[in-house]
Design a protein around this ligand. Structure first.
Ligand code: THU
Length: 160
């Protein structure tokens, strides 16, 4: 038996103002998108903004449904929209932000497992890393250089 140790190296910024200007711009687009989320059931609004290699920013937010599993997370709304609209565009960065209508979120909200898997599909295909920044309503921002840093032992199309 051998032990396998998996390490992820993330960066933590104290506030959004510590981020480079171009990343603040993407995060601010995510904040804007977040406010348009349709989250009447969870009262938990999430926004995601993706920057493409062209510099264009596309965004999405969570869309809930009375039949709960029929809703979709912000990250997947954004990445599927990007994939549908710009099929071959590389995604350089994704910024994610969450706000609860019940309490102030001051800790970074990481993307759920299903969203990490969906983002990984695009990162693997484009053969270059997608930086992932995530935060709550306020406070610290975490940066991962690649989706792979958030999803060790990734399942990808090389297995098929
Ligand atoms: N949600 C997201 O939009 N992204 C995530 O990564 C996790 C959760 C949404 C789904 C649901 O509308 C609400 O947040 C509460 O789970």
């Amino acid at each position: 038996m051998k032990k396998l140790t998996i390490e992820s190296h993330l960066e933590v910024f104290d506030t959004i103002s510590e981020l480079p200007d171009n990343i603040q711009k993407i995060m601010n687009k995510a904040h804007e998108a977040r406010e348009n989320a349709y989250a009447p059931y969870s009262q938990f609004k999430v926004g995601a903004a993706l920057e493409l290699a062209s510099g264009e920013i596309v965004s999405g937010n969570n869309q809930e449904n009375a039949a709960f599993p029929s809703g979709l997370c912000a990250e997947r709304v954004a990445v599927f929209y990007a994939g549908a609209t710009y099929p071959n565009a590389k995604i350089t960065t994704i910024a994610i932000t969450a706000r609860s209508l019940k309490h102030i979120i001051t800790t970074p909200i990481a993307p759920c497992g299903a969203c990490r898997q969906s983002l990984a599909e695009y990162e693997v295909n484009q053969k270059s890393p997608m930086a992932v920044y995530f935060m709550g309503e306020t406070g610290k921002v975490i940066r991962a250089n690649s989706v792979k840093d958030l999803l060790p032992l990734i399942f990808d199309n090389s297995y098929l």
